[in-house]
Design a protein around this ligand. Structure first.
Ligand code: FAE
Length: 533
């Protein structure tokens, strides 16, 4: 069966499950339920690494169960929308919070964007640690549901620096092109981009960057630019042009629940169970892994616990999620031989957010596409290598702000630890460790401000700071490839145990990370399927 036919079959199963309110999705009918289920392979999570691995396992004929703690997002609520937008966030926005916690905390020091909400299994989580918050997506598709869709392949020389143990040749010949194709990365028609109102903000930032001698580059995106063109023309319902981004997109976006996941379900070998959180796992004497899982409802009530046994276990719960599960297993004695390097080499991908004040005559318009399309590319500067995404402020009003998410090559690393008292992960990262990111971003944007007679905005992050580095969108590391795992994601010390997500990458990719996470998962799955099954 072709991949596109499998994808159609899987999409049909997802839609039917959503319509019926089912938390188990399969193209083969119901799977056995009960206190203990046994399956050949389990994949924890449904983000980039997990979805890729599930497809490849399913395609190879391995019966696989995917477990995702968030819900399936493909049915409209009472208001006719699947997700809420950024301007009127409701319970769908946030993972069990009473108030939304948007990255842009204020405009003119006024909290115009955050709202009180009812606690619910919403799509965006902001995980709080001592001196760093981590944004992650919750739901079928993980981070793909909430992210900006920027599909960036790092430059080949940079790749060798990011993952020195991985041969770049097959990555650039095979796995990056495969990942980009599967994810549906595409670019806007340049003539349309130059003309459309919704990218006036990006063109203004490009002009300002060029005045200071910086180049910009178009960034592919998984949002369908042809759909966006039709949104702008008023031909289809709006999504990216209706302030939809961090709380999900009703239309246009090829998130994983539109690409890898239906293709995986369409193999007939993959079953997806939603609203199911893996709390811990152990190994039995015969090598079987036994997971303890908790089923919740959308209001957070625990509806039951169950054990799931498997021969092959793939952790794709994201940098924090996978590392926490492994640390818990090691430090509670369930898997005592897990490596000492577990939790190390964590980083926020050098993320720092900043805003610049535009001149009164430099307006950026009321409608800004929620999907970034340009980056200021200063990656080749040996002193201050920066790749700065020109980010939207889809506030629906003229804010006279230009916003950026700068990705810097901050060499600082943090550590994830297991805290027995709270039975949860702690992130050891000090705010001061983010200073090299601020310094690099400042070197670039000071020049841009000087060349344009502009200044930083001090009203956007809740206090008076110009640079916000107390949160990240790009958590990376904790189970680093070549340290905690072998060169293909097999966890050292245990057979048939694998990591397949952003935790494999040591803290930085220099650009937005999801294409690299996907390409690496493709590469590792191919090897593991050839040798371990
Ligand atoms: P991830 O996508 O986080 O998926 C992990 C999944 O596991 C989630 O669905 C969790 O709910 C689930 N999970 C966790 N723990 C458990 C458990 N115990 N039991 C069951 N399920 C569990 O992992 N990256 C880009 O490349 N371009 C962008 O434009 C971009 N923009 C972003 C914007 C925002 C607002 C955010 C938050 C992120 C952005 N990212 C972007 C980052 C990107 O989404 C992220 O690197 C990937 O999603 C990470 O993929 P993983 O496979 O590691």
């Amino acid at each position: 069966m072709t991949l596109s036919r499998r994808r159609m079959l899987g999409l049909t199963a997802l839609n039917a499950a959503a319509a019926l309110g089912l938390t188990t999705v399969s193209t083969r009918g119901a799977v056995a339920a009960g206190r203990r289920t046994t399956v050949p392979a389990v994949v924890i999570g449904s983000g980039y690494g997990a979805a890729t691995t599930a497809l490849r396992l399913g395609s190879a004929g391995v019966p696989t169960l995917m477990l995702e703690m968030g819900r399936l997002w493909d049915t409209a609520g009472a208001d006719g929308s699947i997700f809420c937008d950024m301007l009127r966030p409701d319970h769908r926005s946030s993972w069990f919070r009473t108030r939304t916690e948007a990255p842009l905390a204020s405009i003119l020091w006024l909290d115009l964007v955050n709202r009180e909400v009812k606690p619910y299994a919403g799509v965006l989580d902001r995980m709080h640690f001592d001196e760093m918050d981590v944004y992650v997506g919750r739901g079928v598709g993980g981070g793909s549901l909430v992210n900006g869709g920027m599909a960036v392949t790092p430059e080949r020389d940079d790749f060798a620096r990011i993952l020195p143990g991985v041969d770049p040749e097959p990555m650039y010949r095979r796995y990056y092109p495969l990942a980009n194709r599967m994810l549906g990365a595409n670019s806007p028609d340049p003539a349309w981009f130059e003309d459309t109102d919704c990218y006036a903000y990006a063109r203004l930032s490009r002009r300002h960057a060029e005045r200071a001698g910086f180049g910009t580059t178009f960034v592919p995106n998984v949002y369908d630019f042809d759909y966006m063109r039709r949104e702008a023309a008023g031909e289809v319902p709006k999504s990216a042009l209706a302030s939809e981004v961090i709380y999900g997109n009703d239309h246009g976006k090829r998130s994983l629940d539109k690409s890898y996941i239906p293709a995986a379900l369409g193999t007939g070998n993959v079953t997806l169970q939603t609203l199911t959180r893996v709390t811990s796992f152990r190994q039995e004497a015969d090598g079987t892994y036994v997971l303890t899982t908790e089923r919740i409802d959308e209001l957070g009530e625990v509806r039951g616990t169950a054990e799931i046994a498997c021969e092959h276990l793939f952790l794709g719960a994201g940098s924090l999620g996978s590392t926490e599960l492994l640390l818990r297993a090691r430090d509670t004695g369930a898997l005592p031989d897990l490596p000492a390097g577990l939790g190390e080499k964590w980083g926020p991908n050098g993320n720092v957010m900043l805003g610049r004040a535009n001149h009164p005559w430099d307006t950026t318009g009321l409608v800004q596409s929620g999907m970034p399309a340009l980056g200021i590319d200063n990656r080749h500067d040996p002193d201050n290598p920066v790749f700065a995404e020109i980010a939207p402020v889809p506030a629906g009003i003229e804010t006279w702000a230009s916003l950026y998410l700068a990705i810097t090559r901050n060499p600082e690393r943090g550590r994830i630890e297991y805290d027995a008292a709270t039975d949860s992960a702690r992130l050891r990262w000090r705010e001061a460790q983010g200073q090299p990111s601020i310094d690099a971003a400042k070197a670039v944007f000071d020049r841009i401000n000087q060349a344009n007679g502009t200044a930083y905005r001090h009203d956007l992050f809740g206090d008076t700071r110009a640079f916000e580095n107390r949160f990240t969108y790009h958590p990376l590391g904790g189970c680093v490839l070549g340290d905690v795992t072998d060169a293909y994601g097999r966890v050292r010390g245990y057979r048939n145990l694998y990591v397949t997500d952003g935790s494999l990458i040591p803290g930085s990719t220099g650009v937005n990370p999801f294409v690299t996470i996907t390409a690496l998962a493709e590469r590792n799955a191919e090897r593991v399927l050839a040798e371990d099954f």
